[in-house]
Write a protein that binds this ligand. Sequence first.
Ligand code: URA
Length: 433
Amino acid sequence: MRAVDIIQKKRDNEKLSDKEIEFLLNGYLAGDIPDYQMSAFLMAVYFNDMSQEELLKFTMLMRDSGDVIKFDEINRFLVDKHSTGGVGDKVTVVLSPILSALGMGNVKLSGKGLGHTGGTIDKFESIKGFRFSTTKDELVKIANKTGVGLMGYSDKIVPLDKKLYSLRDVTATVPSIPLIASSIMSKKLAIHSDVIILDVKVGDGAFMKNLELAEKLSERMIEIGKGADRKVRVVLSNMDEPLGHAVGNANEIIEAIEFLKGNYADDLKEVVYTIASLALKEKGEVKELEEAKEKIDKVINDGSALKILSEFIEESGGNKELVNNYDLLPKAKSVMEIFSEKEGYIKKIKTEEIGKAAMIIGAGRAKKEDEIDHAVGINIFKKVGEKIAKNEKIAEIYYNNGENVEESKNMILEAFVLTEEKVEKQKAVLKII
Ligand code: URA
């Protein structure tokens, strides 16, 4: 078998056999097939797609390129909630303790932020002393105590995705539905869970810019799940404005804690409640999603979800008192208030722009190697549909280094798109599949 013949077949839109896909991926992982041939193959997939059989084989080989972890030692219904990446997306921080308080476990691999999107690892690492589990044993120990088990990606899990993603990044082949679907699902299949709930973000601040593309991606991931005998549910959620109010790291932890004290932004509540309701339904505790609301309200109102978050923080090396004392989180030296230069209804908040405005003051990474400043970030006070007056405060920037703060301010002002006509508030959950 030769790589060039496999590339030619994909180029000519012919179906590949299992053996051919195996030859290509295993050869690439072993270093026998060079980057230039794999690049050509990825570009052929970008244009010609993969059949569902090809995609399943491709994904399974990616999964099996590293360790596959089972959690027989954890005696809970395990949920793996995964977001495709957004701005202000602190759902995991809020949802994990809620699922645990509801008797389930949220056990998953978490990622770091890149570009305009944030990552759960960075948000938790705002907490002094906090360490993510790096081994299965560590994760099981913490998950058995708290119901929450989060582990950072390591070279041992789906190493092929790491290699392929780096190549896609520099060959303009990231935005390909089969390649995104296999990349995400290979990592989900490498970790055992009873249900995988994918939060597929849709809109300006997301990979999938419109609902149609997001639905296509979701269907392909559900199909991969079926082929691998795993249950997958999808929530399509809006990324045409940041989720909640905080965009950054330490400030997102504060917003997450406030949520668990009953102080929440409506859009964040809609996403968190929908995912928690789906989890309860998949577990068999409720028949209809609406029946779950009361149960979720209860674990927030009685403080049990907040208590679990503080225990999780303590078990992970942080100071659990911080849920009642935000001075224990890093604090930026300066604040810049931003006032609207116009009046009108907010029609849209260009979310990618807000993510980039946070990134350039140090809250995110332009390149994988960049260091994050956990203290800095942006808080948005106004959401789509609200009316704002000229000179009304719309946001605040928390910063340490003044270098890019003027540019960040201009990006935020530019991101708020106003209109004279009344605008409907946006729905946070667009569809459940
Ligand atoms: N997230 C992933 O893990 N992989 C992709 O290709 C895109 C988003």
